[in-house]
Design a protein around this ligand. Sequence first.
Ligand SMILES: [Zn+2]
Ligand SMILES: [Zn+2]
Length: 301
Amino acid sequence: MRAHVLGSAAGGGLPQWNCACDNCALARAGDPRVAPRTQDSIAVTADDARKWLLVNASPDVRVQVARFEPLWPRAARGTPIAAIALTNGDLDHVLGLLSLRESQPIVVLATESVRAGLVERNAMLRTLARTSDQVTWRRLELGREVALDEVGVGVTAVPAPGKLPVHLVGLTEPSPEDNVALRVRDLASGRTIVVATAIGSLEGIERIVGGADGLLFDGTFWSEDELVSRGLGRARARDMAHVPVGGDAGSLARLAGVAARRRVYTHVNNTNPMLVDGSPERLQVEGAGWEVAFDGLEVAP
Ligand SMILES: [Zn+2]
Ligand SMILES: [Zn+2]
């Protein structure tokens, strides 16, 4: 099985259009220590499979498909993307669905709460329902594997501590289905890649990451007050349901015992100092046996 990181940045990307933090400024200037990154999306396939599963549909999906040849169409009209699984309804994970229209039939895997939050409140989503067979929604029930024989993988949603998308707060009741980690299992070999890009708390984290051969984990923020201390916002990491990487209570320390052969931080916010090659934070991450994802990284555990 193989996971290809299409986009490794959190919402906003790197550089973010309206941000002049140190990292965004370095990326904009072409500094080789800070590679630009598109927004969170991962393509997964079983070995030798000709079909792919996308985890999340980022606003950058068009350029992400354009620069990864295995996702190019192989007929006059068509796509090797057999399905798209959503980890939550945040706009940086779903806006790309609107770019995947052009009357192309697609299959979307989502929990009922994520599906309802998208299609029942947004007239624009009707562009994906131009014909009755355009989008097939397949429900991800918590803990129950959905087999995608075409791709050669099974997908299981595991509830993860998270929150409603900002645009649904106040409109709908929070539910354990709002934010999930995905366990993607190779149907032939049993190898498993876990994608957990929004984790609000590490309580019970073994349930999510246990048994993973490859782990793509929430690397959004280095510290709780990353935005506040830079004067870029008032929200702390926990307010946005992202456990920070650094510190005694951070994921790097708390996940030290994880056995996965590949341990990768992705969905990295543009303010995170571990984005900079050679920075103390990057050296700490690498010294602990973790990697920081970049666009194009392959994980084949
Ligand atoms: Zn996100
Ligand atoms: Zn920035």
